[in-house]
Ligand binder design. Structure first.
Ligand SMILES: Cc1cc2nc3c(=O)[nH]c(=O)nc-3n(C[C@H](O)[C@H](O)[C@H](O)COP(=O)(O)OP(=O)(O)OC[C@H]3O[C@@H](n4cnc5c(N)ncnc54)[C@H](O)[C@@H]3O)c2cc1C
Length: 441
C-alpha cells in the first residue's frame, strides 16, 4: 500500500528548451529546481510518475543534525534554517517544525557514542542535551519505564513526507518553473561531448545543464552514458497508525522502535536500520564496494526477495531512446512491505508506548533507500559528462537535508558560490576503490 501523498496538478506541455532540466521530482529534485527558479534560471522538471511518490513520501520525516556524519553536518544545519525560510518565502506548507528529537537508551555503549557525538557537535556550533536517567524518564514518561539516559536535540525537527515535495513543486511553478509529471527522461543528448538536450518520452528539451535527481534509478541511468555510479537499494518497511487521545513524543528514537507524529495526528512506526537486501543484477555488480557497509550493518540487514528485480530500477540493460524504457514500465517504485517487520514493529511500538494499543494500523508500505558505498550522497558534475550534475545516493538521510542539498545543486548548476563545501560529495570519489569511513545511519 502506498503512503498518503498530496497530489498536485502540473503542466501537460513540455517546453522546447530550458536553462536547466531536472530529472526526478523527489524532494531533492524539487528543491534543486526551486532554488534555480528563485535565481531567475528557466527550469523544467520531469518526473516519470508523481511528485514525491518514491522515497520522498515513504520516509519518517526526520530533519536532524543529531548523530550526523561530520561530512553532512554543515548541510544538515543549513537545511533546518532553509526549511523554515522556504515556508516564509513561498507560503507553502511542508509540515516542517522544530519539535526536537528525543533519543532514549539503556545501553551504556550507545549513550557513550551519543555523548561523544555531542562533544564533536559543539565544535560545529550544534547544541544537543544529554539526559540523565531522571531527565530521560521525564521526557519519555509516555513509555512508563525507566531509562539509563538519552539525548534531546531541540533545534532538530520533522517535516511531513505527504506534503513536502508537492509543496516545493507548487512553489516552483509559482516562480514560473515547468513541472511535468508522468514523463520519463530516457536519456541525454550530447554535442561535442557536452550535454545539449534531454530525450523524454514526450519529446526533447534542449538544454546545456541537466540535474539527475533520479533516486534509486540514477545508477542505471548513468550506465546509459557509460558512467559508473555504485549504488545499492535496501528495502525498508514502515507503518502508520491512527491518532490517539494522549499526545506522545513528536519524534522518539529507541533501538527497538522509533515513532514519529505526522501533521494529521497519525504516528509513523519503524525499526531503525532494519531492511531487506534484494539481490539484483546491479547489486551483484557493485557488491564488492558495498561490503564494508554491509559488514558494519549486518545485524539489521536481512536477505530480500524479488521486489528489487520487479522494480526494474537496478537493471543492467542498455535501453534505446526511441522506445519505452524500464522507467515507463514502473512509474512508481512501490515495493511490498516486509510482513514480518511490520508485525514486529507494531508489537514493539505498542509495548514501548501502551497508548498506541488504542490506535489502528492505517497504512503499511516500503521504500527503496538508495545508498552509496560510503553512505554520503553523490552531488556534482559527473566526470566526463560536462553539463550533467548528479544528485543521488542520499543513503537514507536525503529528506532532512534536501533544502541544503537542493541549494548546493542549484549553486553548482548555476556557477554560484556553494552554500557548503562540495568536496565531500563529489561524484569523482566513486572512481576510487576505497571511499574512507562509512557513515553511520
Ligand atoms: C523508510 C524510509 C525512511 C527514511 N527516513 C528518513 C528520515 O527520517 N530522514 C531523512 O532525511 N531521510 C529519510 N529517508 C531517506 C529519504 O527519503 C531519501 O533520501 C530522499 O527522499 C531521497 O530523495 P530523492 O529525491 O533523491 O529520491 P526519490 O524521492 O526517490 O525521488 C526520485 C524521483 O526520480 C524519479 N525518476 C527517476 N528516474 C527518472 C527518469 N529517468 N525520468 C523522470 N523521473 C525519474 C522517480 O520517479 C522519483 O520520483 C528514508 C527513506 C525511507 C525509504
Amino acid at each position: 500500500m502506498s503512503p498518503p501523498l498530496n497530489q498536485i496538478q502540473t503542466s501537460p506541455t513540455l517546453p522546447a528548451a530550458a536553462d536547466v532540466v531536472v530529472i526526478g521530482g523527489g524532494i531533492i529534485g524539487v528543491f534543486a529546481a526551486y532554488y534555480l527558479a528563485r535565481r531567475g534560471v528557466s527550469v523544467a522538471l520531469v518526473e516519470k510518475g508523481r511528485i514525491g511518490a518514491e522515497q520522498s513520501s515513504r520516509n519518517w520525516g526526520w530533519c536532524r543534525q543529531q548523530n550526523r556524519d561530520a561530512r553532512e553536518l554543515p548541510m544538515a544545519s543549513k537545511s533546518l534554517d532553509l526549511w523554515e525560510r522556504f515556508a516564509i518565502e513561498s507560503g507553502e506548507d511542508t509540515g516542517f517544525h522544530r519539535c526536537g528529537l528525543l533519543y532514549l537508551s539503556n545501553d551504556d555503549a550507545e549513550l557513550a557514542r551519543w555523548a561523544s557525538w555531542g562533544e564533536f557537535a559543539k565544535t560545529a556550533g550544534v547544541t544537543t542535551y544529554m539526559l540523565d536517567s531522571r531527565q530521560a524518564a521525564e521526557r519519555g514518561k509516555a513509555t512508563g519505564r525507566p531509562w539509563k539516559g538519552g539525548v534531546f536535540s531541540p533545534s532538530d525537527g520533522t517535516a511531513d513526507p505527504a506534503k513536502a515535495a508537492p509543496a516545493v513543486a507548487t512553489a516552483l511553478m509559482k516562480l514560473g518553473g515547468s513541472v511535468i509529471q508522468h514523463c520519463a527522461a530516457r536519456g541525454i543528448e550530447l554535442e561535442g561531448g557536452r550535454v545539449c538536450g534531454v530525450v523524454t518520452e514526450a519529446g526533447v528539451i534542449k538544454t546545456r545543464t541537466v540535474v539527475l535527481a533520479g533516486g534509486a534509478w540514477a545508477s542505471a541511468f548513468c550506465r546509459q552514458l557509460g558512467v559508473r555510479f555504485p549504488q545499492a537499494s535496501i528495502r525498508q518497511s514502515i507503518l502508520s497508525v491512527s491518532p490517539v487521545e494522549h499526545r506522545l513524543p513528536d519524534a522518539l528514537f529507541t533501538a527497538g522502535v522509533s515513532v514519529t507524529r505526522r501533521n494529521d495526528g497519525r504516528y509513523a512506526l519503524a525499526i531503525s536500520g532494519r531492511a531487506r537486501v534484494d539481490v539484483t543484477p546491479q547489486f551483484l555488480r557493485f557488491a564488492p564496494q558495498f561490503m564494508p557497509m554491509f559488514a558494519k550493518r549486518w545485524r539489521s540487514l536481512l536477505p530480500g526477495g524479488l521486489e528489487g528485480v520487479r522494480g526494474g530500477h537496478e537493471t543492467l540493460q542498455r535501453w534505446r531512446l526511441d522506445a519505452p524504457t524500464p522507467m515507463e514500465r514502473v512509474r512508481i517504485l512501490d515495493p511490498k512491505p516486509d510482513r514480518a517487520t511490520v508485525t514486529e514493529t507494531h508489537r514493539r511500538a505498542v509495548e514501548l508506548l501502551p497508548e498506541l494499543r488504542k490506535a489502528n494500523i492505517t497504512h503499511a508500505w516500503a521504500g527503496f533507500v538508495d545508498s552509496t558505498p560510503d553512505g554520503v550522497p553523490g552531488i556534482g558534475e559527473l566526470p566526463g559528462v560536462p553539463g550533467l550534475v548528479l544528485a543521488a545516493g542520499f543513503s537514507g538521510h536525503g529528506f532532512g537535508i534536501a533544502p541544503g542539498a537542493g541549494h548546493l545543486i542549484a549553486d553548482l548548476a548555476s556557477g554560484a558560490q556553494p552554500i557548503v563545501d562540495p568536496i565531500p560529495y563529489r561524484p569523482g570519489r566513486f572512481a576510487n576503490s576505497s571511499w574512507g569511513k562509512v557513515a553511520d545511519f
